[in-house]
Design a protein around this ligand. Structure first.
Ligand SMILES: Cc1cc2nc3c(=O)[nH]c(=O)nc-3n(C[C@H](O)[C@H](O)[C@H](O)COP(=O)(O)OP(=O)(O)OC[C@H]3O[C@@H](n4cnc5c(N)ncnc54)[C@H](O)[C@@H]3O)c2cc1C
Length: 567
């Protein structure tokens, strides 16, 4: 099928915090350039930035400091973060939060004295999380989308990027191939600079929190384009995903951390507390510890009717729970649970990928003209992301990418002829006999949850690699049984699974290569953390070979702190 074609100066893939900040900054830096935002869903309505509940980490208070935010990020990331990226995150978060309030029109919660209210979030030594109630992401996304709509920025909504296309000589990016989901036709957009900001999203696990439009497409495209991904074994699980059966999409969605923070108990199927047996901090331990303890109880078979565990809040007083956690009480009631007075079934749920495309502090990648920002990028968080550092990451580096792309296009930008465009691999499911895509998805969920999830070992992961190869082969024989192209969701499910299987493979290969346990990555066969001083991160390409690259401690070494030098 011959694609339609059009040209733009700057092409942005994804319309979350990273994509929209990039669009606004590129437009401000170079208003003469044409900018196009292309997105799988509707601009402003899709992706995970909209789902941000808790808030945005930033060192605003006099008693806090960027050094303290930096040290929390490095120690939380178990010394794997790239220190220059982490430094950029904590310093520029201050500029971005001021921009969000003073230029873009966000209203965050305030203290009686007019200062911005900042709340506590796990793993931080200071209460620095800026928020708008527990709907922070909606406030940020609504204001960003309005500002984008108000400017001369082109939009390609319901356009799914399927391939990063290099120039004919292979030396740079030439543009991106899309499927217009509304018609099923192909579109090739030629561009001088392209931003990958499709938001990762570990939706290959049985229980997961990210939005349904995220299927790791960006990471799969980056692999095919020859880029390296780092830290791919680092998948963060949130301990309390709602477990309400297979009939509802509410299963897997997050019940916020504040429930455990304020004194909620986790109970096994026998209705007894188990966390004190695992960690002295019990339910208040960090996400990775709690998820691991929960997974161990589930493996022992001490489970609820749906195969999870319970959270219990009633001992805190139902009235207090109703008042403090109104949204959570309503969410549980929608699924037939009484959070304030009864028990709610929960399960750890895949939440965030710390890994992603290797990139430099100006968001450039190894492919000239291709930039990356947000959850598609790797290296900012290392082995663990602090709650509140996710949206800071996407907005900070989205803005950096916008500025950098504007400068790049002014200095070097040219439209290149693309390498040959081939739509054959995406057309495949139209010509194959109809099969059961849902069954393939279920098998993928089982493989990733059981063997490459919260507790891993070599035998399980080797088995997983065999299962992933078999699933890929099965997909290649599975058709969708229809020729309709417009809004063909079975076709897009097939494409989603292709991306998810390919990224599941690199998660598994990276996890096999890391023979220690740290942060989100825990191996039963290598339970100890190896020397922090010799910290190295995994770097993987599409051929599956993993290189361990040493972390360069550019600002602080393990055992040291920047805090004694802080103001
Ligand atoms: C339930 C939930 C709660 C969270 N709470 C917090 C919190 O309190 N604090 C915090 O810091 N972080 C939180 N996070 C994490 C945070 O949401 C992310 O780190 C951040 O928003 C990611 O921004 P992004 O721009 O990279 O991606 P997203 O905002 O996810 O945007 C990705 C965009 O890419 C588009 N896209 C995907 N595939 C394609 C394709 N093939 N072609 C074109 N477009 C594509 C999507 O449609 C979407 O528009 C939370 C996440 C979840 C799921």
């Amino acid at each position: 099928m011959v694609p339609q074609a059009r040209d733009t100066d700057i092409l942005i893939l994804g319309a979350g915090g990273a994509g929209l900040f990039a669009a606004l900054h590129a437009h401000k830096a170079a208003p003469e350039l044409s900018i196009t935002v292309a997105v799988k869903g509707l601009l402003g309505k899709c992706g995970c930035t909209r789902m941000v509940q808790g808030g945005y980490n930033v060192a605003l208070a006099k008693e806090d400091s960027i050094e303290r935010h930096f040290m929390d990020t490095i120690e939380g990331g178990k010394w794997l973060p790239d220190q220059d990226l982490a430094w950029k995150l904590v310093t520029l978060a201050i500029e971005r939060i001021h921009e969000l309030e003073n230029e873009l029109g966000c209203f965050f919660d305030r203290n009686p004295d007019g200062t911005v209210h900042q709340k506590a979030f796990a793993g931080q030594t200071f209460d620095r999380t800026v928020h708008k109630g527990d709907l922070t992401g909606i406030e940020i996304m609504n204001r960003l989308a309005e500002q984008v709509w108000a400017r001369r920025i082109q939009r390609l909504e319901e356009h799914r990027a399927v391939e990063l296309v290099k120039s004919a000589d292979g030396s740079s990016i030439a543009g991106v191939l899309f499927i217009d989901m509304r018609t099923g036709e192909y579109l090739f957009v030629r561009a001088k600079a392209v931003l990958l900001a499709t938001g990762g999203g570990p939706t290959m696990y049985r229980y997961h929190t990210p939005s349904g439009d995220k299927s790791c497409d960006g990471l799969a495209m980056a692999l095919r384009a020859g880029l390296s991904l780092r830290d791919m074994e680092m998948v963060q699980f949130h301990p309390t995903g709602l477990l309400a059966g297979t009939h509802t999409r509410m299963t897997g969605t997050v019940l916020e951390e504040g429930l455990r923070g304020s004194g909620g108990y986790l109970l096994g199927g026998d209705k007894q507390r188990f966390m004190p047996n695992y960690d002295p901090k019990a339910e208040r331990a960090t996400r990775d510890f709690v998820s691991r303890a929960m997974f161990s109880e589930i493996r022992k078979g001490n489970t609820t009717p749906h195969g999870g565990l319970y959270i219990s809040m009633a001992h805190l007083g139902p009235e207090r729970v109703r008042k403090e956690f109104k949204g959570m009480v309503e969410r549980c009631a929608d699924c037939g649970f009484d959070l304030a007075g009864g028990l709610v079934e929960v399960v750890p749920t895949a939440h965030y990928m710390m890994g992603g495309v290797e990139f430099a502090a100006d968001c450039t990648t190894s492919l000239p003209g291709l930039f990356v920002a947000g959850e598609d990028s790797g290296g900012v968080h290392g082995a663990n992301r602090l709650g509140g550092n996710g949206v800071a990451n996407s907005t900070v580096f989205g803005a950096v990418a916008g500025d950098a792309m504007a400068e790049w296009v002014r200095k070097h930008g040219r439209l290149s002829s693309p390498a040959e465009l081939d739509t054959g691999s995406y057309e495949r499911p139209f010509s194959l006999p109809r099969g059961d895509i849902e069954a393939i998805r279920e098998k993928l969920y089982d493989t990733m949850w059981e063997r490459v999830g919260i507790i891993r070992d070599a035998a399980g992961m080797k088995r997983a690699l065999g299962e992933l190869d078999a699933l890929d082969a099965e997909l290649d024989k599975t058709g969708i049984g229809t020729q309709a192209r417009a809004f063909n969701l079975s076709w897009h499910d097939w494409l989603n699974l292709k991306s998810l299987v390919s990224v599941s493979r690199v998660i598994t290969q990276s996890a096999l290569a890391r023979e220690d346990s740290r942060g989100a990555h825990y191996r039963d066969d290598f339970p100890d953390t190896s020397s922090l001083e010799a910290s190295a991160f995994t770097s993987i390409k599409a051929d599956g070979r993993v290189t361990m690259k040493p972390v360069t401690f550019t600002r602080v070494r393990p055992g040291q702190s920047l805090l004694q030098h802080a103001a």
